[in-house]
Write a protein that binds this ligand. Structure first.
Ligand SMILES: Cc1ncc(COP(=O)(O)O)c(C=O)c1O
Length: 387
């Protein structure tokens, strides 16, 4: 039988598979501590939920315009100006069913068969498979020893005449790094010279604990002609299940992404649009308590890891993950994938394996859970790793 070559090359998400196994073990009565999830554990703020209900009751149940209604795109444009100091006309903004769909449609809009896309690892699980599905070739740069983004010299080693796109994600999933203004300037100046498209995934923007988030475009305005900013409401407002993501892009790209939306999911529901407008108008202040809670959990987790000792990790400045380096704990052909499986079967602890992020030898721990669970989980992890 002959199937699509592109789609046959796509792997199912290893983090979702792990989560399914963890859920199954919990159903069998085991006390599973699940650190594999990629969403906040706190609820969507009540004002947002109430706005959606009100809108639903008022009958906003029909199709909305493909790529987002005018009020929502205007609210996003105002948000980009207020939070990021960036001016985008609402016509340059496209809304879709989560940043995931927007990223997929952006790759589909830019990639021709064989085009290469540079990903610095560790990186979010879906980029590489979306690129393959679009006919492109993901080029993964291994994790540098310092754990942050590779130097521009290193990036250049992975470039070729086929390089078309560079994907950037800060605050980073899974390592939690946030680039400083100087680092952004150096990277941006380099990227502007290369002339590649730059996709900047800023979905963890509000979860910046130590260094304020700045968009790469704000620091390097020269990138604008080929810069695509991707963001969404999933993480910022604990709205993962609502599916609201968007991009702000040069007009030709926005038009193409919107055209694809019109032939796929078409639009997001009107009552969700109304709730999203309200969330965006409130902005980060609506989430201040939850973000402070996350920061406290980060501090608790890091303190415990340090006090137990002998576990290497990348210090997370943002998002809600800790990327633990277990390379020196793996013996004789063992892998982080196998280790993650054993952690679950023997210690009832679910941590996503580094393989899911293009970084074998690591484990990702999501600390978007209560502090008692974080403490118990880290102790179990220490026992499994160090004994
Ligand atoms: C780095 C990154 N980008 C994009 C997404 C997609 O988010 P959503 O589709 O929920 O907007 C995620 C979700 O986990 C992510 O971690």
């Amino acid at each position: 039988m002959s199937f699509s070559r592109r789609i046959s090359s796509v792997q199912p998400s290893p983090t979702l598979a792990l989560n399914a196994k963890a859920v199954q073990l919990a159903k069998q009565g085991h006390k599973v501590l699940n650190f594999a999830v990629g969403e906040p554990d706190y609820p969507t703020p009540k004002v947002i939920v109430d706005r959606a209900i009100e809108s639903l009751k008022a009958g906003r149940t029909k199709y909305t315009p493909a790529g987002g209604g005018p009020e929502l795109r205007q609210a996003i444009s105002e948000k980009l100006e207020r939070d990021n100091g960036l001016t985008f006309d609402p016509a340059q903004i496209v809304v879709g069913a989560g940043a995931k769909e927007i990223l997929f449609h952006t790759f589909l809009s830019l990639i021709n068969d064989g085009d290469e896309v540079i990903l610095t690892t560790p990186c979010w699980v879906s980029y590489a498979d979306q690129i393959r599905a679009a006919g492109g070739v993901p080029v993964l740069i291994p994790v540098p020893e310092h754990g942050r983004i590779p130097s521009t010299e290193e990036i250049l080693k992975y470039a070729s005449p086929k390089t078309k796109i560079f994907v950037f994600n800060s605050p980073n999933n899974p390592s939690g790094y946030i680039l400083t203004e100087n680092e952004l300037k150096e990277l941006g100046t380099f990227l502007a010279k290369q002339g590649w498209w730059v996709i900047s995934d800023e979905i963890y923007e509000y979860m910046s604990f130590d260094v304020p988030h700045q968009s790469l475009l704000k620091v390097c305005p020269d990138l604008r002609p080929k810069f695509i900013l991707v963001n969404g409401l999933s993480k910022a407002f604990a709205m993962t299940g609502w599916r609201v993501g968007y991009c702000a892009a040069p007009q030709e790209v926005a038009t193409m992404v919107k055209s694809l939306q019109s032939h796929s999911s078409t639009c997001i529901p009107g009552f969700i649009e109304d709730a999203a407008v309200l969330a965006l108008k409130h902005g980060q202040s609506l989430m201040a308590e939850d973000i402070a809670k996350l920061r406290h959990r980060r501090d608790t987790a890091v303190k415990l890891l340090d006090s137990l000792g002998d576990i290497k990790y990348m210090f997370p400045q943002g998002a809600y993950y800790i990327f633990v380096d277990i390379r020196d704990k793996l013996r004789d052909g063992d892998t982080s994938l196998k280790f993650s499986d054993r952690l679950l079967q023997e210690h009832y602890l679910a941590l996503a394996p580094g393989e899911a992020f293009g970084a074998p030898g690591f484990l990702r721990l999501s600390y978007a859970t209560d502090e008692a669970t974080i403490s118990e989980g880290i102790k179990r992890l220490h026992k499994a790793l160090v004994g």
